[in-house]
Design a protein around this ligand. Sequence first.
Ligand code: ADP
Ligand code: MG
Length: 613
Amino acid sequence: MSTATPQKFEFQAEIKQLLDIVIHSLYTEKEIFVRELVSNASDALEKLRHTQLTEKDIFEESQSLEISLTTDDKAKTLTIQDYGVGMTREELVKNLGTIAHSGSKQFLKSLSEGGQKNSNLIGQFGVGFYSAFMVAKSVKVYSHSWKKDEPGHVWSSDGSGSYEVEQVDGLSRGTKIVIELKDDCGEYATEGRVKDILERYSAFVSFPINLNGKHINTVTALWLRSKNEIKEEEYTEFYKFQSHAYDEPLMRLHFSADAPLSINALLFVPKENTEKLGFSRLEPSVSLYCRKVLIDAAPKDLLPEWLRFLKGVVDSEDIPLNISRETMQDKALIEKLNKVITKRFLKFLDEEATQRPEEFAKFYATFGIFLKEGAAMDFTHKDQLVKLLRFESSLTEKTKNTSLAEYVSRMGSEQKEIYYLVGKNRAAIESGPYLEGFKARNLEVLFCYEPVDEYVMNNVREFDGKKIIAADHGDVKLADIPKAEGALSDDQVKELTKWLKDTLGDRVAEVKSSDRLVDSPALAINSDKFMSAHMRRMMKAMDKDGADTPVKVDLEINPRAAVMKRLYESHTTSPDRSKLVAEQILDNALISAGLLEDATPMVARLYKLLETV
Ligand code: ADP
Ligand code: MG
């Protein structure tokens, strides 16, 4: 029952402008109005809790601090009620009729700066209370202040330029907002739809939220609780809920920081790397919260690209207390968050690697590929990432990894460079001709099995002041080892290499005696410095220009090998057969180098050779 006549007010000009944009926007994520109104309700409850600390005389003191939503799909209304501080008549006029607060002001500012066409802005800024007009025919705000002597009022508007305020008796403390929905927005009067929205945006709000009498937000904001109070199962439950996962996480990092930013973060590494399993590229999915309210479920720049496998939550209070979600648009703030979190996560991995190497190895087997990506592309974090890289090597056992630091610690005083070889697997590298020269000289070689490794090594380039270089690269120079008994003499080698060059013609750039070979008769070195064998294969797979230029290699021969000695003897006595042997030696070397592109001529030749048996 009203005890005073309704009074009509015009909205301030800026509000009119704002409402016009909100109402006419074709913005698709209209659902965020629920988040905004629930956040306002939560803010009002928080304010009441503060008020209770200092004030004695509070209206309906014992009323419980909770938020209730009611849907009525017949009447097409959605009601949101809180028992917070409420608003007096003056406050209703000031808070809901003028644009004093930061959020909406910032929104208007960015619109005037050319954002007009970007309807997404509403979603980014929230624009708080007024977002209700995206879905409402009319909005009624019933409010009773915590102050005992103030009467209650209803504020109402259809958003078209003016609003009314009228005194109303019999209200509870706090605010009850009744939204009469537009005809095409009836979905917001159905329980299922509203439940989904609440679970998405407001699952961690600290006050109980009830929808049609049922408690919704049963999961607590675990990231804000202290670590030693949290049970293992709680973490797992939270992970499953927040990341929509079915399994347990592989690793977890729960931390808080005060400087340079206040951050509470709970990050998880999942069990599986779905990208590696062949699913599509992962999208960033660590959610950003401000004081338990979801700001963005999947912010793009919160973490570097190579951390896209992480799940979890980052909450920063550094968004000013006056609840303005637009701060989220603050690029500098996101960058700062990114820096702090990445640094902390890298430190965590480093600790895991030293304190729990087995756990780290498990992680590396699944997610190491992301660390490689980071080491190659993220200049800011390259140094820390390179330290975390692991490889098998000629000195490790199969499946046991070593770090670059460990490799360097084993280097002899004469060794200046770090060597690696890329191959399909350990067996392929060990049976190829490239490794033996390094083995004979006690030089360790890292084994790389992944297609990206060459790219990564090329980008990483050096570690601890030592160049990282491919063992099959033309530039590698190895120290002399004593010539074995019975090798071809220098003159014989000269004669044989010249004959080989003449015989093989354009297929080889150069033929020379090798310092890399111990047992194998020959090897091929890609003489194209700008395109390695692996790059060549990749380009071929991608059908890129340049992959079709004929391969030209340097052929290195082993003057100790029986085949070479035999060939030296026969190249003058049976030139035709020797030519076939020479061609076959080259093809064998090309196979080991991964450079043989067409094996058909080789098969025909082999039959010819077999005929001469
Ligand atoms: P913001 O929340 O960013 O301040 P809003 O547009 O969401 O902006 O709300 C405007 C103001 O209206 C709030 O600052 C608050 O003072 C007041 N208000 C809105 N909803 C409520 C509520 N449920 N209870 C009390 N005050 C409210
Ligand atoms: Mg608000």
